[in-house]
Design a protein around this ligand. Structure first.
Ligand code: DCB
Length: 304
């Protein structure tokens, strides 16, 4: 499949209907694009020129990964300026923008629920009901003690109302436990809230059939899924690349109309990075793209 490009002006405000993402006219929507790397490290590739180049390859969504720890938002609120510029640049390109509260080594989202509530209150006030903005409230909950029922679900129930009062119909992505893999657990005990989707994250070198069956199970139970982060590498962002395994995954996502963002649009020296170290800010040639970048850029338009 090789889709015609459609952005926010065509699809408008999105809705979740059953397990599908649909648009204002009731058509099924598939979003594909890149995720930025951490805003505290690579904000330069989360601006107009870079995002436009991903659009030219077919992307209609851009995910902005605002880390909470590792020098991110919790210790540097100023980072919000880079986030807002990235969201504005994305919207100006008629693309959907995902605002990602990128928890990771701060494994339990509940620990910073007050900070998250204030952040999402402010950012959803700023964007009100802008149809292109999608909220992702916790990147990857993880850790053996961090469960859906005791941690992630209560977190979501606390944070989502802060978004809903400003952006009543926006799409909200909710991370699943175990590095956003246990979507079947969310599906068995779902949030009773409209227009939410659960995130499934995978790294082709580490995750395969077992994770795909969790996803199939969740879909069968009626849970809407968004693959807001995946990589061609192993789970640590390095190793590989695993392109045959990535083919299997992309085919699976396509069969289930699952939207995706690839990790990541940056030039760090790691195999999951789409850009070679020192790449310019946009208009990349084949030589500027890594093996992963060349693979993913050739598939942003729906080619599998
Ligand atoms: C996720 C994180 C993401 C991380 C990638 C690759 O982590 F959401 O932030 O990105 O997947 O690991 C990496 C960057 C590195 C950076 C590091 C720390 O690529 O440049 O140094 O973050 O900021 C996952 C996902 C899954 C699993 C483990 C991790 N898993 N992990 O299945 O075990 O350990 O980070």
């Amino acid at each position: 499949m090789n889709d015609k490009w459609h952005g926010v002006s065509y699809h408008g405000k999105l809705k979740v209907s059953g397990i599908n993402l649909i648009d204002q006219a009731g058509r099924k929507v598939i979003l594909r694009g890149m995720s930025s790397h951490g805003m505290q490290w690579y904000p330069q590739f989360a601006r107009g020129e870079s995002i436009r180049t991903t659009k030219q390859a077919g992307a209609n969504v851009f995910r902005i990964a605002m880390y909470t720890d590792e020098g991110g938002y919790l210790t540097n609120h100023d980072i919000i300026k880079d986030l807002i510029r990235a969201v504005d640049d994305t919207l100006a390109l008629d693309m959907y923008a995902i605002i990602d509260w990128h928890i990771m080594y701060d494994n339990d989202p509940l620990v910073n629920v007050e900070e998250a509530s204030v952040f999402f209150d402010n950012i959803s006030m700023h964007y009100k009901d802008t149809p292109g903005v999608i909220y992702e409230i916790c990147n990857e909950p993880n850790g053996a003690e961090v469960t859906w029922s005791e941690n992630v679900k209560p977190y979501a129930q606390k944070v989502i109302p802060h978004i809903r009062k400003n952006a009543p119909d926006s799409i909200i992505l909710v991370g699943s436990p175990n590095w956003s893999q246990d979507v079947d657990i969310c599906a068995a005990d779902p949030l009773k809230i409209d227009n939410i989707m659960y995130t499934l994250h995978f790294y082709a070198g580490t995750h395969g059939d077992e994770l795909r069956s969790k996803c199939s199970k969740a879909l069968k139970m009626g849970a809407p899924i968004f693959a807001s982060e995946w990589g061609t590498s192993a789970a640590d962002g390095n190793g590989g690349v695993f392109l045959d395994e990535s083919d299997v995954w992309l085919k699976f996502l396509s069969e289930h109309n699952i939207s995706w963002c690839n990790w990541s649009l940056g030039d760090r020296d790691e195999t999951s990075a789409a850009l070679c170290p020192g790449a310019p800010l946009g208009n990349w040639t084949e030589a500027n793209l890594t093996e992963s970048g060349r693979y993913v850029f050739s598939r942003l338009n729906g080619t599998i």
